[in-house]
Design a protein around this ligand. Structure first.
Ligand code: CIR
Length: 253
């Protein structure tokens, strides 16, 4: 069960965010509307939501998931792998300290985006990607060990972040697409295969029995409903234009 979330309002400079999507610039007003709706959905799932102010210095800062991993025993401030995102961690660090949790840090030369971390009970799968290096993953592993938590790595081939291509829906159910359908590290899961045409929906979010799924993913929605979950469709088209998915927009704990 999750009780809380932290989100960060998108800034006007989000239009300058990093992207490979080729879907054009985001519409800022629509992004704000979608972000407000996202917050309402988190609240509807029973979470208390802390909303951080926008920061024009960091175009990608609404993708707050990458800056911190909150576990039930500690919060780990990451060291984002993209140069323009390095200092995004400052404001989230302040916020988690105020929550009174134990805070740990990933440091150079280690880099790590928490979009590359997937929590499965007490275990944390870590994607080795263009953003997360072996040193970052090994620092994370050492920190988690101190708290009796474990981790293991999965090498990414094409996909930006681990959770761009897989999402854990609890009860051993794993939503997956593309390169993740055949990874030996994931073979113990009951894999729900997302069609290539809807690959963006592989980044869906389980919250307290509900699954948030991006709008316009009819086949994935049907599949998740058939697996017994309540699906909540969420419009995030403007964030998709910046390679960001549903999970990237919040820290959930
Ligand atoms: C970036 O490239 O860093 C942002 N434009 C998108 C980050 C998406 N975050 C995520 O998948 N966890």
């Amino acid at each position: 069960m999750f009780t809380s979330a932290i989100v960060k309002t998108p800034c006007k400079n989000m239009v300058k965010g990093i992207t490979t999507a080729n879907l054009g610039h985001p519409d800022y007003e629509l992004a704000l509307k979608q972000h407000k709706n996202y917050i309402q959905v988190l609240e509807q799932c029973g979470l208390k939501v802390i909303v951080l102010k926008p920061d024009e210095n960091f175009p990608d800062s609404t993708f707050i998931e990458d800056t911190c991993l909150v576990t039930p025993r500690c919060a780990i401030i990451t060291n984002p792998g993209a140069a323009s995102r390095e200092n995004e961690t400052i404001s989230v660090g302040r916020t988690v300290k105020e929550l009174g949790v134990q805070v740990e840090y990933i440091q150079n030369p280690g880099t790590l985006d928490a979009g590359d971390i997937m929590m499965v009970n007490d275990h944390y799968f870590t994607g080795i990607s263009e953003r997360t290096n072996i040193d970052g993953a090994s620092q994370l592993n050492n920190i988690l060990k101190k708290y009796n938590l474990t981790s293991s790595t999965i090498k990414l081939e094409k996909i930006l972040h681990l959770k761009t291509g897989i999402s854990y829906l609890e009860n051993n159910n794993l939503l997956a697409v593309g390169e993740f359908l055949t990874k030996p590290e994931l073979k113990g899961f009951n894999i729900l295969e997302v069609d290539k045409e809807e690959s963006y929906a592989a980044n869906s979010v389980w919250i307290n029995g509900n699954v948030l799924v991006p709008k316009e993913s009819p086949e994935t929605i049907k599949m998740i409903e058939n697996a017994g979950y309540k699906v909540i469709e969420v419009g995030v088209s403007e964030f998709k234009k910046l390679d960001g998915g549903l999970s990237c927009l919040s820290l959930r704990f």
